[in-house]
Design a binder for this molecule. Sequence first.
Ligand SMILES: [Zn+2]
Length: 268
Amino acid sequence: MMQGQGVPRGLWVKCDACGAILYHKESSSNLHVCPRCDHHFRMTATQRLNSLFDDAKYRRLFRKIRSGDPLEFRDTKAYADRIKVYRKKVGDEDAVIVAEGMLGGIHSIVAAMEYGFMGGSMGSAVGEKLALGAERCLDRKIPLVVVSVSGGARMQEGVLSLMQMAKVSAALARLRERRIPFISVLTDPTTGGVTASFAMLGDLNIAEPGALIGFAGPRVIEQTIRQTLPEGFQRSEFLLEHGMLDLVVHRHELKETLVRCLGYFKQK
Ligand SMILES: [Zn+2]
């Protein structure tokens, strides 16, 4: 799914699904969907927000929130150093951008996760920003949309990372009590603790086509249950067919679908 593998960065993009070499502009002007085979490339958080908010205008919230390093975790590299490298590379504080603006004329908060930042992993900064986003929706009585792309919890923060699942879920439960809409958009890939918490808690859970969605990966499941998994297992279409999702929506229709659904909730 990576863009630009084996080809010079920037100008050309290779589609991993059909192998077509695309001019970068050809792909970006098509919302990063392959014009030949409809494969949905991964978007950055900024690209996602630009594609959803009216006129690509929005205000970023909670920008100063950063993860700490309470465990002083070190694997091949210290976590504190690792995170600095990602901040520089991605140009953002952590793996989610929470923003406020107009979505088809509806005042909303949209949070977009960033896979380029440690695989979109959920540490305490990601959890805190999402929970604060939900609280702001509660205060202002405006809807929340979260676009997930994540490998799951951030192991470098240990149990603090797992706690975020409960914290965000609790904030979403308060939205539900007050009947404020929350729509979850699942994109490729959405796995681990993110799937096991907020990504599946939407009033509507909408996925992009062909997205890998699951808790554990297929290899781990096959080893555990000692059975071969069916074709397309853990892909959006399979999950829709088995009642785990409400809709699978092409990226070209995503904004329109969100606006229509939010409009419908508003009338209720
Ligand atoms: Zn393609």
